[in-house]
Ligand binder design. Structure first.
Ligand code: GLY
Length: 324
């Protein structure tokens, strides 16, 4: 065999890897239904999703029911009711959803609506569009019969008043100010779906939108491959189209774990390239493949994610991280 033949074989083999691995997965009858979600609050939201999946619910319905628990909880200070306000004292929420068919819906900078995940789903199912923002999204919510609710709870108001004393604009998302719930699930039919919902950075500039409502950044689902979602510093996740990148890495045949690691590495590489400070920046990804294998990885220690598999004990996992 001469050198050219050898190279042809290597190239052919590399190109075939995704097809070989998907073939195996598609032919496999082993689907392990699972729901995973970012942070500790994911323990209760994935439990809810798995209860529903057990009864035969779709990944889309089950995941929505899960994240809605978090949105309705005034003690979760980074999602839904009780989310931290922007620097002008307005709580504005972002969310998106995606199913295994490629249906997508998204809302951003929405005020007065608790269940922005359901509003994103309404955009997906009830409009010819994929994204509504601000007053238009709020107006659509009212038309759809959503309740109007003051999202600012006393604890958030107190925190904001304290922030106003210095009014230092230093937005960052770290372990103490963690944010988004991203939740992705695989149902008994082998269908994937996900939701991502957040109030975004605390005391952010009015109108600032992060990665969470951006399909491909905060969430991405490919029904033939896998799903991924992100948490943390949204600007950095958008920069590398983070969740899409994780799914694309899985499409190359990488495991969900390694795919998440690759996306975090890319963000790190961009920081280095730009010579930008990454002090305190936290980013985390979680992913599921079509078979139900899961993974998660973060920039720095402190990121946790919940994994709930059918018939198994729920787990809260301390993700490995790139930096110590
Ligand atoms: N990851 C949420 C945000 O940056 O808004």
């Amino acid at each position: 065999m001469n050198r050219n033949d050898f190279l042809k074989i290597i190239t052919g083999a590399t190109a075939a890897i995704p097809f070989l691995s998907f073939g195996r997965k598609n032919n496999s009858s082993i689907i392990e239904p699972v729901s995973i979600a970012t942070w500790r609050f994911g323990v209760k939201t994935t439990a809810r999703a798995m209860d529903l999946i057990k009864e035969g619910a779709s990944a889309l319905d089950a995941t929505e029911a899960g994240v809605k628990i978090c949105e309705a909880d005034p003690n979760e200070r980074s999602v839904g009711l009780g989310g931290r306000p922007d620097r002008d004292g307005k709580v504005t929420l972002d969310a998106c959803c995606m199913d295994h068919l490629g249906n997508i819906g998204s809302v951003a900078a929405v005020e007065d609506i608790v269940h922005v995940s359901s509003l994103a789903r309404a955009v997906m199912e009830r409009t010819p569009h994929v994204m509504l923002v601000g007053d238009g999204a709020r107006q659509f919510a009212i038309e759809m019969g959503f309740d109007i609710t003051n999202l600012m709870v006393p604890d958030s108001e107190n925190e904001w008043n304290k922030w106003l004393e210095k009014s230092e604009y230093n937005p960052h998302v770290n372990v103490e100010n963690h944010d988004t719930i991203g939740q992705i699930s695989l149902d008994r039919k082998g269908h994937l779906a996900g939701f991502c919902t957040t109030s975004g950075m605390g005391f952010k500039m009015r109108g600032r939108v992060g990665d969470s409502p951006i399909i491909g950044a905060g969430l991405y689902v490919d029904g033939d491959i896998g799903a991924a979602t992100a948490t943390g510093h949204g600007e950095e996740v958008i920069r590398v189209v983070g969740s899409y990148r994780v799914v694309a890495e899985m499409a190359r045949g990488l495991s969900p774990q390694i795919a998440c690691e690759e996306a975090v590495r890319k963000i790190h590489q961009f920081f280095i390239r730009r010579n930008a400070s990454m002090k305190d920046t936290q980013i985390g990804f979680i992913a599921i493949n079509k078979k139900g294998d899961v993974g998660g990885f973060s920039m720095r220690p402190g990121f946790q994610y919940a994994v709930n598999k059918l018939g198994k004990e729920p787990q809260l996992i301390d993700a490995n991280s790139l930096l110590s």
